[in-house]
Design a protein around this ligand. Structure first.
Ligand code: GUN
Ligand code: ZN
Length: 432
């Protein structure tokens, strides 16, 4: 046993700000670097020779000298009950939900199914280098129970919530205003702040909640200050039209949530593609976060996220896979598709900025940058080790690469789970 002490040696790379705005000074690198981990936290970081002499006797040394050691990756929008929905053919959002997703999610009434999938899902995140995620469970409280229990077993920093739906879905998938309130409250009281876990009040989207249920979600946010809120907005044009019919009194889609008190700095809205100026303004004013979900937006044919427009208006932005509308668990793949989406909008995204986004940027989006998102003494020892030469095609391409920025672009554009050599969760290696 090493008593929870470990040195991880490699090419340390971490960000202090968005390099797209702050330039190269926004990153810290130690080419022959190391991170000392003690009891799940970062105890030292720097040149390998300095860290190694500080390491206590008996500390394990994991030598990844030729690979990049970065903060663990963060995904701000993903559905754990959709591991067997991913790659379902031929439909856009509303049909995709009814034909595949709402069918599959009914299987989570069975706690043993929840446990099996929660275990698979967390391992898949770790295999892809993701150490923190904001996660949707199903309507069934047992699906949230199983997820939190699985995350607690490995001391992962996870945020999740039971979905609230009381209309426009199969009967077996509906709760009520009262049960959704009671079940969410019980889950918050049981799991919030336990280990590294936190809770997100989760009204799935405006279509599947009555105004009264959205108000109940707002009441939970008031009752539990600082609790997260996650939902979907402005993903698909048919969805937006349906919302307009369901809520004729609202100014626009986001206004449905605003009226229920659901906007704020702890609120993360998936997609935010087809936004009016008023909606963009409300996002910025309230500090709400827009989750950019490129693989999902392409796969479901939803549209192109306009990053410059939202960022220019002061909207906080996160990056997310949105599995299973999204088609990859990999944040590297997600950023690669994000780059292509932005290209179609005439926008660019340097690899360093994408890597900042999936680490410190997403930590800031979740208000967790005091604990995760960069390699700094005192922060959680959630780390990923990335190999830019992981596949023959990557190694071959790397033969012509002469600086770090070009290497990072190869890593982001061609990388996936194969580029993840190891993932440390609270200092423990978890890549199977
Ligand atoms: N809107 C409501 N539910 C969902 C979901 O599960 N996935 C996506 N992409 N959009 C949604
Ligand atoms: Zn989603």
């Amino acid at each position: 046993m090493n008593g929870g002490k470990r040195v991880i040696r490699g090419r340390v790379l971490t960000f202090t700000d968005d390099p797209a705005e702050a330039g190269a000074s926004a990153r810290r690198t130690f080419e022959d670097g190391a991170v000392l981990v003690e009891d799940g936290r970062i105890a030292a970081v720097g040149e390998a020779r300095d860290v190694l002499v500080r390491a206590p006797e008996g500390a394990a040394v994991d030598d990844h000298s030729d690979a990049i050691v970065m903060p663990g990756l963060i995904d701000v929008h993903i559905h754990y009950p959709q591991t067997q929905v991913i790659a379902s053919y031929g439909a856009q959002l509303l049909d995709w939900l009814h034909n595949y997703t709402f069918v599959e999610e009914q299987r989570f009434a069975d706690p043993s199914h929840c446990e099996r999938v929660a275990e698979f899902f967390l391992n898949e995140l770790f295999r892809n280098g993701t150490t923190t995620a904001l996660v949707y469970c199903t309507v069934y409280p047992q699906s949230a129970e199983a997820f939190f229990a699985a995350a607690e077993r490995v001391d992962a920093r996870m945020i999740a919530g039971k979905a609230m739906l009381d209309r426009n879905a199969p009967k077996a998938l509906l709760d009520t205003v009262q049960t959704s309130y009671d079940d969410s409250k019980a889950l918050i009281e049981k799991w919030r702040g336990r280990g590294r876990l936190d809770y997100a009040v989760t009204p799935r989207f405006a279509i599947t909640s009555t105004p009264a249920q959205l108000d109940a979600a707002g009441a939970l946010m008031k009752e539990f200050p600082g609790v997260y809120m996650q939902s979907h907005v402005d993903e698909n044009t048919d969805e937006i039209e349906f919302v307009r019919q369901l809520f004729p009194e609202a100014k626009n889609y986001l206004d449905v949530y605003r009226r229920a008190g659901l906007l704020g700095p702890r609120s993360v809205f998936g997609h935010c593609i087809h936004m009016t100026e008023d909606e963009v303004g409300a996002m910025a004013e309230t500090g709400s976060v827009a989750a950019f979900c490129p693989t999902s937006n392409l796969f479901l044919g939803s549209g192109l996220f306009d990053r410059s427009r939202l960022a220019g208006a002061g909207v906080r932005i996160g990056l997310a896979t949105d599995v299973g509308g999204g088609t990859s668990y990999s944040m590297l793949r997600t950023a690669a598709e994000g780059y292509k989406v932005l290209q179609l909008n005439g926008q660019s995204w340097p690899a360093a900025a994408a890597l900042y986004q999936m680490t410190l940027g997403n930590a800031r989006a979740l208000g967790l940058d005091h604990a995760i998102g960069s390699i700094e003494v005192g922060k959680d020892a959630d780390l990923v080790v990335l190999d830019s030469r992981a596949t023959p095609a990557m190694a071959h391409r790397m033969e012509t690469v002469e600086d770090l920025d070009k290497e990072l672009f190869v890593l982001v554009t061609l990388g996936d789970d194969r580029a993840v050599r190891q993932t440390y969760v609270a200092g423990e290696p978890r890549k199977a």
